[in-house]
Design a protein around this ligand. Sequence first.
Ligand code: KG4
Ligand code: ZN
Length: 344
Amino acid sequence: MSGPRILAIETSCDETGVAVVDGGRRIAANVVASQVALHAVTGGIVPEVAARQQLRWIVPSIEAAFEAADTGWEDLDAIAVTYGPGLIGSLLVGVNVAKALAASHGRPLVGVNHIEGHIYANWLTDAPDLLPAEPPFPLLCLVVSGGHTQLVLMADHGRYRLLGQTVDDAAGEAFDKVGRLLGLPYPGGPAISAAAEGAAPATRFPLARPGGRYDFSFSGLKTAVLREVEGYRARGEPIPVDGIAAAFEKAVVEQLVRRTVAAAEEHDVAAVALGGGVAANRALRRTLGERLGGLPLLVPPPAWCTDNGAMIGAAAAFRFAAGDRADASLEAVPALALPWQTAA
Ligand code: KG4
Ligand code: ZN
């Protein structure tokens, strides 16, 4: 396999992800220590708990990744780490460990933006021999996670233009909050998706129309679900959880799909790519695929949509090839943005 072998570390939120990736494409190991079960107890992420768990699991995860890839320091060309956006306490763990490893083993360090990682999940493969074709440019990327909802036009590696984003909650955050309103387990995304599968929508929620052409809004929808639930409670009727979940999911998907299809047409893109935890949603994948007609839709497998180290290793390889190097001064940046360009 040509290209650098990169050790990639992702600790921006509540998953400890460590991967070994070759040439930015091929996964040699992808270890994820998840805190989902822990946060299910509190119904959401408690930042200090997340940071402490990162500290607990980072070294065992690195050891497990080395073992899974059957690799050692002599084979590694660089160390990559997510330095933002994310929770400060969680980010600090990965950044600090990556800096220490880079210094002690004399390897170059590459800082990676978490959102860029979600996009580059589309470059990954675990195919044993044949390397699939790379995603084509211009590429329209819909990044939908627990913390972010952005429509990004990618002209080439590292060249991003922000077409639109949420004006309030992220799509995944809306799933999680509505899941809690409906009494479903955390995280709400997979739970709502499972409840909605095959259920007839119990109502029809109106489509949000925030300011910008490609902007998103989900907080009004969350309030509409709350009113609906309160209505059933006030009337003493049982709450049709599956039907409300289906109506909510439909409204979210419709908003995401309409903006994405319109942007794909306007910018005449070569393909559309999904990324982020909500990209694991089956209704979103299905509906977007149908509405895009013949345009290729790239969707990473669910395990690469949610936070993981491999996607950071993929993004890092292209930054590494472009000469990007971080040093001991690398800081964790909770509100880190992609380097937006005004025209693609
Ligand atoms: O990308 P991710 O792992 O973490 C962030 O960077 O935020 O995304 C987690 C989010 C959660 O809000 C979760 O509810 C959502 O992704 N999610 C889903 C599904 N699986 C995960 N949302 C809708 N449908 C799913 N199947
Ligand atoms: Zn993420």
